[in-house]
Design a binder for this molecule. Structure first.
Ligand code: NAG
Ligand code: NAG
Ligand code: NAG
Ligand code: NAG
Length: 788
């Protein structure tokens, strides 16, 4: 016994050493694949950005990625969050990059570190600190000493930090690949020869770090060796790297898309994503990363712009809150497991292609007596019948079939066998009062001191011209107030105020009275604001509040895109038939950065007693009001959201943490006493605001014979009812399934028995389990609608 347990102990020790990878891992590559300790590997990676979730969420996100068949997690590094002021750093909370990478390692996954430090990422100012903009002589992302010095200063800091913590694979860490710059090839034309020299400098800088793992440059056709150029896009099967010794890498498979204010929710189907992946592997790809695997939330003021929403859900396989986005997650999981099971054949195998014309192709990989075949049909309208090795296969339009041993169909990208989840929002059950959602509100006015005849407070500066908003605010606030007074304004009938602004929102006041507001959506940001106004005799005061909604993050010279009131600012009036205009642009303007409530930190829990909040006469539909309430955390583990129905534009904080507009991470909450503070800019009604949890309401399945259908609820709930079950040729879609003409009579009883009262169940879809059908010449299918 003794001997046995000693052996076990020794074994466990060795095992745990391996588990924590204290040994250096050799990462190299050839024209076929990444090589880990000399062996070619398939890398299936997913992007998860650490500031878009919380450290408490990371382990479960990684676990779900791993369960989904991934073996790597990719992230950008967010310079402006880490260095908000020059040489003042922040790596705390969800900016703890080291903790993020170490958590990836603990889950036994590899990591891909895209340092940039330009990241785009629909992130405010593309990840650049706005203070860069004020450095004399700077030109960003080109051969410019000021910029290159700042960039190198930051990338060196990050590389040294990773080295210090031994996080590169060469040191026993999980990082197997690093990236310098980002999608530069897409815009380098604008920089001429300087751009070319800059890319070469980037490559040299990266190599000088000697991190012991390969470097990549995405969308960079001319990436100098040994930088690997890689592809970003919806499809990358026809991409080939610029060198025969570089593997075919897809750094961004856009699993969905980001959302902008005023636009609809983007959606990319599970079928289309999996088609793109299968084709990439059919055509020799071996390394693929989903952008995003979990998109998450743009907390605080981090969303890019203009007009990118707080939610960065991206229609990714894990939704904004970290729930499985089904069927996308499950459909891709099945593909991942299959590809990884064929790793040797795909990375070492000999491949042969057959072109059937009409965008139909077959590819066979064989190695050491094993083989795998892909039958691809890229015709988007017509199904194909392919006679392959004397067998006929029906390959639906826009799909890829995978044949194990080049005979049996084990996967088709258009046939989804994974559960479809219909998510629901449940009202906060923690509150047991009669009307649980009548939160008790307090309020306070946002006061623009300089619009009234009070004391002028806050940081003020003045100038005789209109100045760029970024220069004045350094992006420390969305808000900038421009104030001026005019003692002899032009007179006439139909006096109008004209303001040309570069965005993103304007609110205008004349003599302290609000006269109008405007914004532009749908990809525009600059606009002309025009408003009829009334002036009085003598001195008149004009105040313009300009608000940004995320700074531009993409394009050549995106950093120079202006924001704010650029001018001209004019008055016009009619005398007789003549329209007279008067330009106010070069009057003396007084600037005030930020809201008064921001300076007072009204959202800070330590300040609640410092300022008076009113409980009577709660104002609704009033501009510029701060609201405050308390609430209990919803019971359970399901993710929490706050429904801000009834409110317009503004900001929200829970327990002092800015949540953007919606998602409230569990880790921000205490059990009993939490505070929500809202700032409402356009006027709204807080009475309908409520806290909810997001969970699976309905689990539907539509699985083909020969597969296993897994159905699962979430957050500890069980399947309470099977609303529909039919095996044979069921019709319709989830929520409207109909029984077909040749069904097995047993399906409902079998499913009831296997699934009712359980959190999850798994059903083998075949006639043995579900009873015989009388369907002829078609594949039997099982359709189920289960209520959680
Ligand atoms: C970054 O710049 C600061 C001075 O601003 C300097 O002290 C520091 O050494 C630099 N870091 C690197 C890695 O060059
Ligand atoms: C798809 O197939 C149909 C029928 O063969 C053909 O008419 C059509 O041109 C094809 N489309 C493409 C994009 O190849
Ligand atoms: C607005 O600016 C003018 C100077 O142009 C200043 O005299 C006035 O006090 C400011 N308005 C208020 C209400 O502070
Ligand atoms: C913005 O940055 C510049 C340069 O660093 C500085 O002079 C200015 O005071 C800053 N403004 C604000 C509002 O922080």
């Amino acid at each position: 016994m003794m001997g046995l347990s000693n052996t076990l102990l020794a074994f466990c020790l060795v095992f745990s050493f391996l588990n924590f990878s204290v040994f250096a891992i050799d990462v190299s590559f050839d024209g076929r694949a990444m090589k880990i300790d000399g062996e070619r590997k398939i890398i299936l990676s997913g992007a998860i950005h650490y500031p878009r979730s919380t450290p408490e969420m990371w382990p479960s996100l990684f676990q779900k990625a791993k369960d989904g068949g991934l073996n790597a997690i990719e992230t950008y590094v967010f310079w402006n969050s880490h260095e908000p002021q020059r040489r003042q750093y922040d790596f705390s909370g969800n900016l703890d990059l080291v903790r993020f990478i170490k958590t990836i390692q603990k889950e036994g996954l590899y990591s891909v570190l895209r340092i940039g430090p330009y990241v785009c990422a629909e992130w405010n100012y593309g990840g650049f600190p706005v203070w860069l903009h004020s450095l004399p002589g700077i030109k960003m992302r080109t051969k410019n000493d000021v910029f290159m010095n700042e960039m190198a200063n930051f990338t060196t800091l990050i590389v040294n930090m990773m080295k210090h913590e031994k996080l590169f694979a060469s040191q026993g860490g999980p990082i197997i690949v690093a990236q310098i710059e980002n999608e530069y090839g897409d815009i380098m034309g604008a920089f001429g020869d300087d751009g070319k020299q800059y890319v070469n400098w980037c490559a040299k800088l990266a190599q000088s770090y000697q991190v012991g793992v390969p470097w990549i440059m995405c969308q960079q056709k001319d990436a100098p060796q040994p930088m690997i150029n890689t592809c970003n896009g919806f499809y990358c099967d026809q991409f080939y790297p610029n060198n025969n010794n570089s593997p075919k890498i897809w750094t961004e498979n856009w699993a969905g898309w980001f959302k902008s204010w005023g636009n609809r929710d983007p959606h990319r189907t599970a079928e289309d994503v999996s088609f793109a992946v299968a084709r990439f592997f059919q055509y020799g790809g071996t390394f693929q990363n989903y952008y995003m695997y979990h998109g998450g939330t743009n907390f605080g003021r981090t969303s890019g712009g203009p007009y990118i929403t707080t939610s960065y859900d991206y229609d990714a396989p894990l939704d904004e809150y970290g729930n499985l986005n089904q069927p996308k997650w499950g459909h891709l999981k099945n593909l991942h497991l299959l590809l990884r099971s064929m790793e040797k054949v795909l990375t070492y195998g000999f491949s042969r292609n057959i072109d059937y014309g009409n965008m139909v192709t077959a590819t066979k990989y064989s190695y050491a007596g094993k083989s795998i075949c892909f039958l691809g049909n890229a015709n988007s309208t017509n199904d194909a019948i392919i006679n392959f090795q004397n067998t006929n296969y029906i390959v639906p339009a826009w799909s890829v079939t995978i044949l194990s041993d080049c005979y049996k169909e084990v996967y088709n990208t258009a046939k989804v066998n994974a559960q479809t989840s219909i998510m629901v929002k449940k009202d906060n059950e923690a509150d047991d009062e009669e009307e649980p959602y009548r939160l008790k509100w307090e309020w306070r006015d946002e006061r623009f001191e300089h619009m009234k005849n009070g004391l002028v407070e806050g940081s003020l500066m003045s100038s005789n011209k209109l100045m760029g908003q970024k220069i004045i605010t350094n992006d420390t606030s969305d808000y900038l107030c421009f104030n001026m007074s005019k003692s002899d304004p032009i007179w006439g009938r139909e006096t109008k105020l004209h303001v040309k602004t570069m965005g993103h929102v304007i609110q205008a006041f004349v003599n302290g009275k609000h006269v109008g507001s405007q914004y532009a959506l749908n990809g525009h940001y600059s606009f002309d604001f025009e408003q009829k106004i009334k002036l009085k005799l003598g001195e008149n005061q004009l105040s313009l509040l300009s608000a940004t909604v995320g700074l531009a993050n993409y394009g050549a010279n995106f950093d120079q895109i202006e924001t704010g009131i650029h001018g001209p600012v004019q008055l016009s009036g009619r005398t007789g038939n003549v329209i007279v205009t008067q330009d106010l642009s070069s009057n003396k303007w007084i600037y005030k950065v930020g809201l008064r409530g921001e300076q007072q930190e009204l959202y800070n829990i330590n300040n609640f007693r410092k300022w008076k909040w009113y409980t009577n006469y709660l104002p609704t539909d009033k501009l510029f009001v701060w609201y405050k309430t308390t609430f209990k955390a919803p019971i359970g583990t399901d993710p929490v959201v706050v429904d801000l129905m009834g409110l317009g534009k503004g900001m929200a904080w829970v327990n002092g943490q800015s949540i953007g507009r919606y998602h409230v991470p569990r880790s921000f909450l205490k059990v009993d006493h939490n505070t929500l503070v809202l700032f409402e800019e356009f006027g709204g009604n807080p009475w309908n605001v409520k806290f909810q949890t997001v969970t699976v309401g309905k689990a539907c399945g539509n699985a083909y014979e020969g597969n296993t259908l897994e159905l699962a609820c979430q957050g500890g709930q069980v399947i309470s009812e099977i609303k529909f079950a039919s095996f044979g040729e069921p019709k319709g879609a989830c929520g409207s399934f109909k029984i077909g003409d040749c069904e097995s009579p047993n399906a409902l009883a079998v499913i009831n028995k296997q699934c009712l009262g359980k959190e999850s169940c798994s059903i083998n879809v075949n006639e043995l389990t579900l009873g015989p059908t009388s369907c002829k010449g078609i594949e039997n299918r099982l359709a189920v609608e289960a209520i959680c």
